[in-house]
Design a protein. Structure first.
Length: 276
């Protein structure tokens, strides 16, 4: 591994004092030690500040926002403070595996034209483990020019991302208008600037908490409908409109909120088309 490669790691956090230590520890114990860790406390009301500042490592930089602004804004704030040209993200309740950064940097070396490298992750909820993307997905489908694939498939989790800073800035950062799935939106924007590289190995362990943003059905469906509207022209151009709408409505039906999500979808599409 190139000893001259340095990474800025951003962890946004809000009221996660019971989990943040494990997340930070997983970053500090990377086999790639050339990093800075920027923890952005999104105005927590618990003991997050005390927990973070008690960890003695000169690579940690702690910032506290005066107002709770959401994960997207906290990540953007962290990138603004970052020193290095490679940017990575972790969540305060997730844990990287030790060789995550090293293996991702290796992929950048192998595919220097790549704008972003990501990996598989394991999602744990209610005692069940799920691998994302599934093992049966071929690597040829998961890397290269995968914009069309990403319009329909959300398999690039924010804590798996290692992105070139210039691409992050050209893509326009995380959109704070999204209450969930802002990482999917960023990935789609980044995919327009070049190829993705993929590490076919689980390098992240995700824990879904009941009060997490990603666990909120309302936030999820709001994000899906926003994505449908924001990328409607491309979705239609690739012939995916019926498939994407069908995916959203099928999940809404399974969760007993079909009528509500139909109305939300129509509202987002009408706003996009300027009919309101």
């Amino acid at each position: 591994m190139d000893d001259n490669v340095f990474v800025s790691v951003i962890i946004p956090t809000y009221n996660r004092c019971d989990y943040i230590s494990a997340s930070i520890d997983s970053v500090l114990k990377q086999t790639c030690e050339n990093l800075e860790l920027i923890v952005v406390d999104d105005a927590s009301e618990d003991d997050t500040a005390q927990v973070v500042t008690s960890i003695r490592d000169e690579r940690i930089k702690y910032y506290r926002l005066n107002k709770n602004s959401g994960a997207a804004a906290a990540r953007n704030f962290g990138v603004d403070k970052a020193k290095y040209d490679l940017i990575a993200f972790n969540d305060s309740d997730d844990r990287w595996r030790p060789e995550k950064l090293e293996k991702q940097i290796q992929r950048f070396n192998e595919i220097p034209e790549a704008v972003l490298v990501y990996s598989a992750y394991e999602c744990k909820k209610d005692g069940l483990n799920r691998r994302v993307p599934p093992e049966e997905y071929p690597c040829t489908m998961l890397e290269g020019d995968i914009y069309r694939y990403l319009l329909k498939n959300n398999t690039v989790g924010a804590p798996t991302i290692l992105i070139r800073r210039d691409v992050f800035e050209k893509a326009g950062e995380f959109d704070s208008a999204y209450q969930a799935l802002e990482d999917w939106n960023l990935v789609l924007k980044a995919a327009k600037f070049g190829k993705f590289a993929y590490v076919d190995e689980v390098l992240l362990d995700v824990t879904l908490l009941q009060d997490g943003v990603s666990s909120s059905g309302a936030n999820y469906f709001n994000g899906r409908c926003r994505l449908l509207a924001d990328y409607m022209e491309d979705i239609q151009a690739y012939g995916l409109f019926d498939d994407v709408c069908g995916d959203i409505l099928k999940r809404a039906e399974s969760e007993g909120v079909l009528d509500h999500v139909k109305k939300m979808m129509m509202l987002c599409l009408q706003e996009k088309m300027g009919k309101l």
